[in-house]
Design a protein. Structure first.
Length: 162
């Protein structure tokens, strides 16, 4: 319901902007041009952000973080004689989460490196590629959020262990 209202609102705003751009007064036309320009700038900035994140992803940004977490977990385990059982259970859970994230990261990397399958009859290649790219971007964003959460939880554990 809310999603429909948001879509309807955006459609209404777009219709008003287009109408004002072509049929409005000179002031309304200028305002519409400014909105279109700012929207274009925002989309360009978002696109640049996505390209930058893809470059970081390709260069191993996530691998480095996961390796650092693994090193932190090993350090806590080495001092395990000074740590209570509760901390060790939380450490086990964090290591499972890290392993799960590593599997997800490996799956994303395999999909990016795999050759594109032959398009199905009736489906345009651009649509398939765009859909796949959007899905990959969504998965990367989810992975980043999960990784951030894991880092926060690890920091809390390390603070508790010290």
């Amino acid at each position: 319901m809310i999603r429909s209202l948001i879509k309807l609102g955006l459609l209404l705003v777009a219709a008003i902007l287009v109408y004002n751009y072509f049929f409005g007064t000179s002031e309304e036309k200028a305002q519409s041009k400014e909105v279109f320009k700012k929207t274009g700038d925002a989309i360009g900035a978002a696109w640049n952000l996505l390209k930058t994140e893809k470059q970081k992803f390709d260069s191993g940004k996530y691998d480095t973080v996961l390796d650092q977490l693994g090193n932190a977990y090993r350090a806590v385990r080495e001092r395990a004689e000074y740590v209570d059982e509760k901390v060790l259970r939380r450490l086990d859970e964090l290591e499972r989460r890290k392993a799960s994230l590593q599997k997800q990261l490996d799956a994303i990397e395999r999909e990016e490196q795999a050759p594109a399958p032959a398009p199905k009859k009736g489906i345009k290649t651009d649509q398939t590629q765009t859909s796949k790219s959007a899905d990959q971007d969504r998965r990367k964003a989810e992975l980043q959020r999960a990784l951030d959460s894991l880092v926060r939880d690890t920091e809390a554990l390390l603070d508790e262990a010290q």
